[in-house]
Design a binder for this molecule. Structure first.
Ligand code: PLP
Length: 391
């Protein structure tokens, strides 16, 4: 393996939200931070080189995207997922979440019903509520083995009831599902039938584990493509969230044009000079690095699973099909949510994502960010084991 994902990089001095912001959410930053979704690994060397080369020029003026930028993104999608997005429907966004908010603001009305499937990435509920739209939750179903599926009967009832948009998490954060083409066809078909448009958040789609394949919602059928707007980014894949650049692939060129006009009015239509070169370098030269990362992450997930089976039977982690996020059923500890949260922080010294943040179905769960060296995970789980045994 030419890339060393075991290396422990000290991030405590680099203005990392994971450390600095922990104080705000956990009351301390003296914890092992396994919460916010970025990685403790250095990005691919090709990305670092591109940024260094750009920095060496010493000129950081206004940028302009040449055709190479969107071409590199489209080519990556085609190569990795077999879907070639149309460049004339692609637009820049400073982030997936702000872009979703803009899309809802521009193409829906206050009070419109928007469906999400909880437990899910909590800003989905926030963007709906903060824009004055009506949140409609169609909860995922969980079987006794902890495997999640969509509740299509419930979804249909809600789609039929006048919903305007559905925000899909594909693959799903936090439950780690890679939706199959059949599942996507079924839920997408309901959207087409009832006139519900789809926002497909595919930000984690490069992080497939154990050889699984991602299916882009917009590639499932022409009918579904006609109502689907897709959000992608190199930020999770290559650990570039701090560079703030994402891509939206709109359902129609007309809506793309309206969105871009609004970006220009707000004067936020340009990439910063580093995200521009980093994105192209990642998509053009980063594949070998990503493939090693995927193996390391899958091994981390197996490590967590085996560790808990052996030492922490009160915790039931999943084996996610994608993402670097592990969704742990901690109800075996018999604590209410506040007590569980405080116990992890105060007694074990570990900051997990709180299950309740993800909405319905999150109570009693923890989200563990496994994008860190295995030694960090081992330390966190060992601290947790010690704290549990000392109860
Ligand atoms: C499903 C999902 N969408 C979007 C984001 C954030 O995207 P951005 O930083 O581009 O707004 C995250 C980050 O964790 C995520 O998990």
């Amino acid at each position: 393996m030419p890339y060393n994902f075991d290396e422990v990089v000290d991030r405590s001095q680099n203005y990392a939200a994971k450390f600095e912001e922990a104080e705000l959410h956990y009351g301390t930053n003296q914890v092992i931070p396994l919460w916010i979704a970025d990685m403790d690994f250095r990005t691919a060397p090709c990305v670092v080189e591109a940024i260094k080369e750009r920095a060496d020029q010493g000129i950081f003026g206004y940028t302009w995207r040449t055709p190479r930028y969107f071409e590199s993104i489209a080519a990556w999608q085609q190569k990795r997922n077999g879907w070639l997005p149309e460049i004339n429907k692609m637009a820049f966004a400073p982030g997936v979440v702000p872009a979703m908010r803009m899309v809802l603001n521009m193409f829906t009305q206050p009070g419109d019903k928007i469906i999400i499937q909880q437990p899910v990435y909590h800003p989905f509920a926030d963007v709906v509520e903060n824009t004055g739209r009506t949140l409609v939750v169609s909860p995922l179903k969980r079987d006794e083995d902890g495997y999640y599926t969509m509740d299509l009967e419930d979804f249909e009832a809600k789609a039929r009831d006048g919903a305007k948009y559905f925000i899909l998490c594909n693959p799903h954060n936090p439950v780690g599902r890679v939706w199959t083409p059949e599942e996507l066809k079924a839920v997408g078909g309901l959207c087409v039938r009832y006139g519900v448009k789809i926002l497909s958040d595919e930000i984690h789609s490069d992080l497939m584990l154990n050889g699984r394949k991602h299916t882009c919602m917009a590639s499932v059928s022409p009918d579904i493509a006609a109502v689907t707007t897709t959000f992608i980014a190199p930020s999770k894949t290559f650990n570039l969230a701090g560079l703030q650049s994402s891509t939206i692939i709109f359902d129609t060129e007309g809506r793309k044009d309206q969105y871009v006009a609004e970006l220009k009015r707000m004067d936020i239509a340009r990439n910063n000079c580093f995200s521009l070169v980093a994105t192209m370098a990642a998509y053009e030269k980063g594949e070998a690095w990503l493939e090693e990362l995927q193996v390391y992450l899958a091994d981390n997930m197996r490590f967590i699973y085996d560790f808990c089976r052996e030492h922490l039977p009160e915790l039931k982690p999943n084996l996610p099909e994608a993402t670097y996020l592990n969704w742990i059923d901690a109800r075996g500890l018999g604590l209410d949510d506040e007590a569980l949260h405080r116990f992890c922080v105060d007694k074990a010294g570990v900051a997990f994502g709180k299950g309740t943040d993800f909405g319905a179905g999150g109570s009693g769960f923890l989200r563990l960010n496994a994008a860190c060296p295995r030694s960090t995970i081992e330390k966190a789980l060992t601290q947790l084991e010690k704290a549990i045994r000392a109860r």
